[in-house]
Every structure is written in structure tokens, then in C-alpha cells.
Design a protein around this ligand. Structure first.
Ligand SMILES: Nc1nc2c(c(=O)[nH]1)N[C@@H](CN(C=O)c1ccc(C(=O)N[C@@H](CCC(=O)O)C(=O)O)cc1)CN2
Length: 283
């Protein structure tokens, strides 16, 4: 039976140490890290995530604000809000919650956020700096994934890592981070022929396909560390991941559950990025 990686517990422990660092930073500088989240529209899941971000930011000692805008907000109006936040001295981190309404070009908005306040790590300058190993804001979900892998105590250097999925938000950045940790990295995707032959090589398998219970035990190397980034619905409309947990738990060495795996780490890493940004903005 593989070990379950308890993301909820690791996120809570990590939040305690970030809170202590924020306390020390504020005591030394008199500055409270500031985070503003912009939420456009009524997407139910986004509302829950944004409320959780606000609650956890406040608990960590961050000055947290949420700007809620109507679903009918135009792209120009949203860009003007981002511009104001770029100029606001007390705001160290800006996050525009995704998805945005279809009437708004998300890339255009993300590109307008100052790269120095881009705590999501989605701005092309941060993406580029991450790729060439320079100082960058690291996207929160990929950063959390690396922490979860490290929590197993296994070394990453020299291991075969396979990432299934090539999105800009998870697949590509997590591959970059694994490469920085000296893993041998393969990115597989929907056009990969004989996926199981590729995933079976993986000592570390990160799955971000968006397909419910897509990865079965036949895809795994016995003992592998398996990180499930999926947030899908099963046949009973229950939240599940891209990995068939019940099928894989006896073959994997370590496996993240859904819920309670990668998701909780995303918000923790956002708090850390906000602290890092406040430190960089404060001399
Ligand atoms: N600007 C951004 N937008 C979005 C991001 C992001 O990183 N930046 N990620 C997701 C949503 N998200 C945070 O914003 C997020 C998703 C899920 C979780 C989480 O803790 N999930 C729980 C389950 C929750 C449930 O029951 O529905 C879990 O996995 O245990 C946290 C944050 C898209 N948008």
C-alpha cells in the first residue's frame, strides 16, 4: 500500500512557518505584506477559492483585499483596475482569479500585471526568468507540487520525472522546476503515443490532464511518487482527480489524494509569494 501525501496537513504546517516569517518581517520593517485579488463574475468555484485566499491571507498577517467586479465588466475596465493596483504602494501582490469571462482576453490582462507584483507567476517575464533559472515568481500550484514531492524525503536529482499535461499554468512550469531539481524530465500530452510506456518509466509522475481517473495502475512504475493535479467530477458528480486513486494506491509508493493533495498547497504558496514580493519591495 502506498503512502498518502497529506497536502492539507503539509499546507497547514507550511502556513505556520510563513506566518512566523511574516510576523518577523512586519516587526522589523513596519510593513505588512499586501495582496489584492480581483474576481470578475459569479463563478461558484472561484468565489470559494477567493474567500479561502482572503481568510488564509488574513490569518497569516497579510493585508488582504478582494475587488469583486460584475461579469459584464469590460476588458478596458479590468485593465484600468490592474493599472491602479500596479501603482498602489501598499499592494505587493496582485492576482486576477481565473477563469475570466469569455469577453475578456485573459492573456492581455495577465500581461498587464506588473511582473514585480505577479504573485501568480503567470507574466511572460516571470515565465521566461523561471525557464532560464533567474529570480522569478514561481506559479503557486507547481511550487506546491515540488514541496509535496520533497515532503516524501525522496531525492529528486537523477530521477526520471514524467509530467502528463503541457499547460502554461501547471505542466510546463512544473517540468521547469523538476529540471532545476536535476530530474530527467519528459512532458507527455494528448498526442503522446503509448502513454503507458512513457509513464511507466517515471519515478515521479505529475498528472494534469483534466480527465477524471485517467491514470490507472497500468500506467505506473511500482513505488513511484504520483502527484495528481486534477480537479474533476466522477460519475456520481463527486470531486476526484486525474488519477484513479483506488486503482493506483497499491502500486504507487506515494500518492496525493483529491481533495486534500495539491489544491491546499496552491494557496499556501500564494502567501509565500506575497511575502517574497513585500521583501523585494522593501529596502
Ligand atoms: N489566478 C489564478 N486562478 C486560478 C488558480 C491560480 O493558481 N491562480 N488556480 C485554480 C483555483 N485555485 C486557486 O485559485 C484553487 C483550486 C483548488 C484549491 C483547493 O484547495 N482545492 C481543494 C478542493 C476544493 C473543493 O472541494 O472544491 C483540494 O484540492 O483539496 C485551491 C485553490 C484556478 N484558478
Amino acid at each position: 500500500m502506498g503512502h498518502i501525501i497529506n497536502g492539507k496537513q503539509i499546507a497547514a504546517q507550511t502556513q505556520v512557518s510563513i506566518t512566523e516569517r511574516i510576523e518577523a518581517f512586519t516587526a522589523e520593517t513596519g510593513v505588512k505584506p499586501g495582496l489584492t485579488v480581483v474576481l470578475v463574475g459569479e463563478d461558484q468555484a472561484s468565489q470559494v477559492y477567493v474567500r479561502n485566499k482572503e481568510k488564509r491571507a488574513v490569518a497569516a498577517g497579510i493585508n488582504s483585499a478582494v475587488i469583486r467586479l460584475e461579469a459584464t465588466t469590460s476588458e478596458a475596465e479590468l485593465l484600468a483596475v490592474v493599472e491602479q493596483l500596479n501603482q498602489a504602494e501598499e499592494v505587493h501582490g496582485i492576482l486576477v482569479q481565473l477563469p475570466l469571462p469569455k469577453t475578456i482576453d485573459a492573456d492581455k490582462v495577465l500581461d498587464r500585471i506588473s511582473p514585480l507584483k505577479d504573485v501568480d507567476g503567470f507574466h511572460p517575464i516571470n515565465v521566461g526568468n523561471l525557464a532560464i533559472g533567474k529570480e522569478a515568481f514561481v506559479p503557486c500550484t507547481p511550487a506546491g507540487i515540488i514541496r509535496l514531492i520533497k515532503s516524501t524525503g525522496e531525492t529528486i536529482a537523477g530521477k526520471e520525472a514524467v509530467v502528463v499535461g503541457r499547460s502554461n499554468i501547471v505542466g510546463k512550469p512544473v517540468a521547469q522546476l523538476l529540471l532545476q531539481e536535476n530530474a530527467t524530465v519528459t512532458i507527455a500530452h494528448s498526442r503522446t503515443t503509448d502513454l503507458a510506456a512513457v509513464t511507466k518509466r517515471a519515478d515521479i509522475l505529475v498528472v494534469a490532464t483534466g480527465l477524471a481517473k485517467f491514470i490507472k495502475k497500468e500506467h505506473l512504475k511500482p513505488g513511484a511518487i504520483v502527484i495528481d493535479v486534477g480537479m474533476d467530477r466522477d460519475e456520481n458528480n463527486r470531486l476526484c482527480g486525474d488519477v484513479d486513486f483506488d486503482d493506483c494506491i497499491d502500486v504507487a509508493g506515494y500518492l496525493t489524494p483529491v481533495p486534500g493533495g495539491v489544491g491546499p498547497m496552491t494557496i499556501t504558496m500564494l502567501l509565500e509569494n506575497t511575502l517574497i514580493s513585500a521583501e523585494r519591495h522593501t529596502n
